[in-house]
Design a protein around this ligand. Sequence first.
Ligand code: DP6
Length: 379
Amino acid sequence: TVYRASTTAPVNIAVVKYWGKRDAKLNLPTNSSLSVTLSQADLRTLTTASCSARYPASEGDSLLLNGEPSDVSGARTQACFRELRSRRAALEAADPSLPKLSTMPLRIVSENNFPTAAGLASSAAGFAAFVRAIANLYELPASPSELSLIARQGSGSACRSLFGGYVAWRMGDKADGSDSMADQVAEASHWPEMRALILVVSAAKKGVSSTSGMQQTVATSGLFQERITKVVPKNMELMEKAIAEKDFPAFAEVTMRDSNSFHATCADTYPPIFYMNDVSKAAIRAVETINANVGRTVAAYTFDAGPNAVIYYLEKDTEAVVGTFYHVIGDTDGWKKDVLKGLKPTMSLDEGVAGILKNGVSRVILTGVGEGPIKTDEF
Ligand code: DP6
């Protein structure tokens, strides 16, 4: 017998950023964070986990990522395997009639529906799907929050991809990390009008990885202490209130301020780390122009550990936001015809800003808030 289970898991983009570890081994953060889960119609990882007594023990556990064999010997992947296996072993010990899946080698097959070349953080969706798929295979009675404890050890941001909608990762304060997990702040259906326009920016070279970048920031930035003790706790509070009240201007201001604060600590790292480039900065200027022209805040930018811009907006403001960028960037891959239909170029951007965006954006992704992992039969 081959036992199998499949799941999808979504990408999430933080509006209050995780940046800094207080324990690198357990992957415990220096601050809480909050993200929006994005729709799996546009961005998702599909993962199948299988195990069998017939799989040769000598091969051990394996992972096929987008068709390529991938190394599973890393400490983070091993931690996920170990945690999931020990939970299964406990079930088997309690009920001897269960098949001994915990003793069988695991084969994991994982695929993204978006090109890795897009430079989008796929580790969040990847580890969330990995953990969810094995938990399904093992029929673990664990809640998404419990599974988030495991996914966190694979990649911090992955713990937030176990839920849909609006998700917080509570930093916790226990040394063993047992209270550092994700919970859902609001369902996607609470505020379904949230949209995201992602401007994929072609970077000349791969920048500093988030794992290494945040360690350097913790070790060298003075500004960082201010961020984790004052800025983030306040932003978490304001963001949860903005989401509860569906207050977009408040959501937008915290999103932009928190992205700016995170990138300021990167610039304050010694030597400094720069994730945003000229195209990213042009996207910031464009958002400011759109908000100024409309006369209220209709768009909010945020940047992770790379130059891509994620711009949040509400569906009713599609014309002002998407219309403006489409008018400037033109027919790049990823625009959706149904969204563009009838959009008029309502405002013009500064010529310099427009030129940089036109040349520097290689692809766009139009998406919105979405659901958490979905069990599937597709193998
Ligand atoms: C800037 O989750 O990739 O995207 O825990 O070392 O795997 P590791 O880091 P990772 O860091 C994400 C950083 C960020 C902000 C965020 O997603 O909150």
